[in-house]
Ligand binder design. Structure first.
Ligand code: NAP
Length: 246
């Protein structure tokens, strides 16, 4: 049985990915930050269907927490797959109102965390380090392309950094048995929009989306699981946009 670590898997896209990964036969490590109840619900759903799930509390913006979490994964089994899913955004505002503290929080959670998690995964999965190979999927955003003006250019910039990271890392480890790809969701019904101060954001924007609807977390999870699977065995450094055509 393959072991997968999904960061931020207690809610939203991460939770949907955890449930689908278990259905596809993975042993699932569910990372969460504060919401233990939500994480336990995801694990309960997986176990009720006969799957295997473990909870991993930890703040991915903390290098010490990430290192501890990966040691916990080691005690579960060899790591085969990592989904860098955590992403935060803060209240909608313009660039002239963004201070260095906010930038630091966003970049630590959205970018630095991915580097540190990927580093730990590569040390375990790379054939260069004696591993058996594996796959990494980074959950970026269509914001990397649109820039999110008037809302959160800092968040969009962090996703642009994540895409460059995906491109560079994919080439670095391509001949070490590790594939690295990204997904770029558009407007998906999750709690993240409430963090930006507008819980109804997807419905406000819905009519501007060519398919005239927002997406569901499960639709993103399908793309993530394909990029992790042998079905995408010759794809690395690539991106799937899940945006309803926007
Ligand atoms: P969400 O519903 O807000 O869920 C966030 C998840 O991340 C929760 O499980 C939360 O854990 C966890 N988390 C947050 N900070 C963390 C930290 N420092 N350490 C560990 N876990 C942390 O988010 P989502 O909408 O599913 O977004 C998932 C990813 O998709 C993000 O990278 C986001 O940028 C991207 N994305 C989302 C959309 C969208 O429309 N929803 C669009 C494009 C891209 P707790 O439950 O413990 O708080």
């Amino acid at each position: 049985m393959k072991t997968i670590l999904i960061t931020g898997a207690s809610r939203g896209i991460g939770a949907a990915t955890a449930i689908l990964a278990a259905e596809r036969g993975y042993r699932v490590c569910i990372n969460y930050h504060h919401n233990q109840t939500a994480a336990e619900q995801v694990a309960g759903t997986i176990r009720a269907k006969g799957g295997t799930a473990f909870l991993l509390q930890g703040d991915v913006s903390s290098e010490a927490d990430v290192c501890r979490m990966f040691r916990e994964v080691d005690s579960i089994g060899p790591l085969h797959a990592l989904v860098n899913n955590v992403g935060i955004l803060e209240k909608q505002t313009r660039v002239e109102n963004i201070d260095a503290e906010r930038l630091s929080r966003v970049l630590r959670s959205n970018v630095i965390s991915c580097f540190i998690c990927a580093r730990e995964a590569i040390r375990r999965m790379s054939v260069k380090h004696g591993g058996a190979g594996g796959a990494i999927v980074n959950v970026s955003s269509i914001a990397a392309r649109t820039g999110s003006p008037g809302e959160y250019v800092d968040y969009a910039a962090s996703k642009g950094a994540m895409d460059a990271f995906t491109t560079g890392l994919s080439k670095e480890v391509a001949d070490e048995g590790i594939r690295v790809n990204g997904v770029r969701p558009g407007f998906i019904y999750t709690d993240i929009h409430a963090s930006g101060g507008e819980p109804g954001r997807v419905d406000r924007i819905r009519d501007t989306i060519p398919m005239k609807r927002g997406g569901q977390p499960e639709e993103v999870a399908e793309a993530i699981l394909w990029l992790l699977s042998d079905g995408s065995s010759f794809s690395t450094g690539t991106f799937i946009d899940i945006t309803g055509g926007r």
